[in-house]
Ligand binder design. Structure first.
Ligand SMILES: Cc1cc2nc3c(=O)[nH]c(=O)nc-3n(C[C@H](O)[C@H](O)[C@H](O)COP(=O)(O)O)c2cc1C
Length: 216
C-alpha cells in the first residue's frame, strides 16, 4: 500500500437505486471499515456510459497515468480508481445465470491494465472480492461470482476465501424467492450471506495490509 490506509473500492453494477446489490455492497464496506485503517468508496454504474473494450490497443502505445484508456466515457475515472485501490470489490446482480452486462464491460475495459504502456500488469497483487445477488439459490450466483473472480485471475490479483463461511469464490446473497412489494431488500435478510461477506472482506483487508509478500 502506498500509504498506511487501505483503500477499499466497491463497484455496484445493478441499475436499481437502493437495490439489493447496493445494500449488500454497503454492508461489505461497513464490515471492511471495522478493521480500522481503511478508506472505503462505493461507486454505482447505474446510468453511466460504460462501453465495451474495442481492442484498439491504444493503451499499449499511448497510455498515460491520467488516461489509461482511449475511450472517453464514464469508465475512465473508475478505471483510475481501480488502479489506485488496494482491495477491489465487484458486486453484480445475477442476470441470466451470469454477471450483468455493465460489469462485464467494465471488466473488459480493465484490459488496459494488462498491456498498458504506463505499467503492464498494473493490478497485479491487488486483492479482489466478488459479490453477487440473485433471486434464487441455484440460479447463477456461483457462475456470476466465478466470472468476476476469473477477471481477477487474469490480472494476477489475489482472492481470499473463508472455508467456514463457505466463501470460496466470493459471496452471494439471495433476494427471492418471490418479490414482495413491501420488502424488496430480501438480500439483507440473508444472514449467512451477510456474515460470509463480512468475514471475506475483513480477510481481504488483512491480506492487503500484509501484502508485501504478494507484490513484485
Ligand atoms: C435481466 C434479468 C435477468 C435475471 N436473471 C436472473 C438469474 O438468472 N438468476 C437469478 O437468480 N436471478 C435473476 N434475476 C434477478 C436478479 O438477480 C435479482 O432481482 C437481484 O436482486 C437484482 O439485484 P438488485 O435488486 O440490486 O437489482 C434477473 C433479473 C433481471 C433484471
Amino acid at each position: 500500500m502506498e500509504n498506511t490506509r487501505c483503500k477499499v473500492l466497491g463497484i455496484n453494477a445493478s441499475p436499481i437505486k437502493g437495490g439489493n446489490v447496493e445494500h449488500f455492497l454497503n454492508h461489505a464496506l461497513r464490515e471492511a471499515e471495522k478493521e480500522g485503517g481503511v478508506i472505503t468508496e462505493a461507486i454505482s454504474l447505474r446510468g453511466l456510459k460504460i462501453s465495451d473494450c474495442i481492442q484498439c490497443n491504444w493503451c499499449m502505445t499511448k497510455q498515460t497515468a491520467d488516461k489509461p484508456c482511449a475511450i472517453n466515457d464514464d469508465a475512465l475515472p473508475i478505471l483510475k480508481k481501480i488502479r489506485d485501490c488496494d482491495v477491489l470489490i465487484l458486486a453484480s446482480p445475477v442476470y441470466f445465470l451470469r454477471l450483468s452486462g455493465d460489469m462485464a464491460c467494465l471488466i473488459d475495459r480493465s484490459r488496459c491494465f494488462i498491456f498498458g504502456k504506463e505499467k503492464p500488469m498494473a493490478l497485479r497483487g491487488k486483492i479482489g472480492v466478488a459479490l453477487a445477488v440473485g433471486w434464487s439459490r441455484n440460479g447463477g450466483i456461483e457462475t456470476t461470482l466465478q466470472s468476476i473472480e476469473w477477471g481477477f485471475k487474469v490480472h494476477e490479483m489475489w482472492t481470499p476465501s473463508v472455508h467456514h463461511a463457505a466463501s470460496f469464490f466470493g459471496t452471494g446473497a439471495i433476494s427471492g424467492p418471490k418479490i414482495e412489494k413491501e420488502n424488496k431488500l430480501k438480500a439483507m435478510e440473508d444472514k449467512q450471506a451477510l456474515r460470509s461477506a463480512g468475514l471475506l472482506v475483513k480477510k481481504a483487508v488483512q491480506t492487503a495490509k500484509s501484502k508485501t509478500f504478494l507484490s513484485d
